[in-house]
Write a protein that binds this ligand. Structure first.
Ligand code: SF4
Ligand code: SF4
Length: 475
């Protein structure tokens, strides 16, 4: 099937080929980050009335899933953190350079960091504190700078950034992908410039790998080391479009695709599938921590362990829940393998069947973020006015009544629809994989597992939920 190449749309192609296109996309988000830092540190310390908390915890996350669902990983493309690249190139001249440790060249390190981040989010109630939110933003920039200054470019995005890896994981079900226009052209391509970079010197064309210091027109290649003709997944693609500019044969396409084609067919590495599985269970936990049953569980655990230390209780619940999720997933995948008559190690079974978790993880987070985004969507107007007014840029008096405009009775049905769509999408992925194994019974077992998880998630979302960061009263 011939799919639409978005880069055939000339104005878009011209923009993408322009060397400052990414910078132009990064500037608005940098301004948002700077305003969030200012209001977070110096503004009114009331979460629903502060630009830092409202923009980060309500709007950024809401727009992020919307962009991924409609087009792709646009937030990595416009990530202001990568603006540290200019200063780090300068700093690299003086600092020692290290290779990222081989043992950490996978997703397990970032899985650990994601768990730490989720723990910190709950333990320090980050959504409730403009000041801590501002520190989080600042800390993120500092870590991006340090990692980028000491390690090869792309290390931070690929191996360290929890947010980027969250985006990568959810964009496995987005409707676009970078691919080669004509794979035959790539076969005769001498430099694999899309990944190695290109420099046009007076002596001729070279790759940046073979002539890193050569003078001439320079086009960096893919920082996360994706080789265009072999891309079958959006994992690790920041949509930076370096490959488009680096390919001298105009052979890189940004194509529309069926959103589930990747999860249905791609051969994922085990760590990548674990990231998808973890994000589903973490998304579930994130929602659970906002409803009354969570407090009942915490009370019981407190009596059992004989402690009221919140850090102990929270980390125990997180580890028990994600541990149970991983254990059940291994068990169900291994059972499905057994039913389909395939004998392989449990890790391989998870690699095969666990791909169904990608649409499910997307639906879990999309449902949850939709709730927050819609309950507080209009708050962004008065908080922006207030922050700019405080800065001395007068843009009118904030109208705080804008905050409660969304009908509350839409929220749960919307979340139910999103989760049903997620389950339907996951069923399709399982169907394709079961067909490849010639065993629908095996697919049915995994489907039953997903069905129970979604039922449990719907029960959690049906509970009265804390209206974090909004001006509304609890339901
Ligand atoms: S996409 Fe372009 S640069 Fe990359 S291998 Fe193909 S022809 Fe070469
Ligand atoms: S250079 Fe790499 S990360 Fe950037 S768009 Fe191309 S494939 Fe994606």
């Amino acid at each position: 099937m011939k799919l639409l190449d978005l880069l055939r749309f000339k104005p878009l192609e011209r923009f993408v080929r322009w060397r400052y296109s990414r910078f132009v996309m990064q500037v608005p988000l940098l301004l948002v980050a700077l305003l969030a830092l200012y209001d977070g540190f110096f503004g009114r310390q009331l979460a629903p009335k502060n630009f830092a908390t409202v923009s980060v915890w309500l709007h950024y996350r809401g727009f992020l899933v919307l962009a991924i669902a409609v087009l792709g990983n646009l937030f990595c493309a416009a990530c202001p953190m990568m603006l540290v690249r200019g200063p780090t190139r300068w700093a690299k001249r003086f600092l020692p350079q290290f290779a990222w440790p081989r043992a950490l060249r996978n997703k397990y390190f970032v899985i650990g960091l994601t768990l730490l981040y989720l723990f910190a989010y709950e333990y320090w109630d980050l959504w409730e504190s403009p000041w801590l939110t501002a520190w989080l933003i600042l800390g993120y920039f500092v870590v991006a700078f340090v990692v980028d200054a000491l390690f090869p470019e792309g290390t931070f995005c690929k191996y360290v950034c929890p947010l980027g890896n969250f985006n990568f994981t959810l964009s496995t079900v987005s409707p676009t992908q970078i691919t080669a226009r004509d794979p035959k052209v790539c076969l005769s391509c001498e430099g694999h410039y899309c990944v190695n970079g290109r420099v046009e010197t007076p002596e001729g064309r070279k790759t940046l790998k073979e002539a890193p210091d050569a003078e001439g027109l320079r086009f960096p290649g893919c920082e996360t080391k994706l080789y265009v003709p072999q891309i079958d997944s959006n994992m690790d693609c920041t949509l930076c479009m370096n490959c488009v500019r680096a390919c001298p044969y105009d052979n890189v396409a940004w194509k529309l695709r069926a959103p589930l084609i990747e999860a249905a067919w791609a051969r994922y590495k085990t760590d990548v599938v674990w990231l998808g599985v973890l994000l589903f269970f973490a998304g579930f936990m994130n929602a659970l921590a906002m409803v009354p049953p969570y407090y009942q569980i915490a009370e019981r655990l407190s009596a059992l362990l004989g402690t009221r230390n919140e850090a102990v209780l929270l980390s125990t619940i997180y580890l028990l829940w994600t541990g149970l999720g991983l254990f059940l997933t291994v068990g169900v995948a291994a059972l499905a393998d057994r039913i389909s008559g395939v004998k392989e190690p449990p890790a391989k079974a998870v690699r095969f069947w666990g791909a169904g978790f990608f649409p499910l993880a997307f639906a879990m987070w999309a449902g949850h973020y939709t709730f927050h985004f819609l309950t507080g969507w209009a708050t962004i107007i008065p908080v922006t006015q207030q922050a700019l007014n405080n800065l001395g840029i007068y843009v009118g008096e904030p109208d705080w009544t804008l905050a409660a405009l969304v009908p509350e009775n839409w929220l749960y049905p919307l979340q139910v629809i999103i989760l049903y769509i997620g389950l339907l999408a996951a069923s399709y992925v399982l169907f394709r994989r079961a067909r490849a194994r010639n065993s629908f019974a095996a697919g049915a077992v995994v489907f039953l597992y997903f069905f129970l998880l979604v039922a449990l998630a719907l029960w959690v979302l049906a509970q009265p939920m804390e209206m974090r960061g909004t001006l509304l009263l609890p339901q």
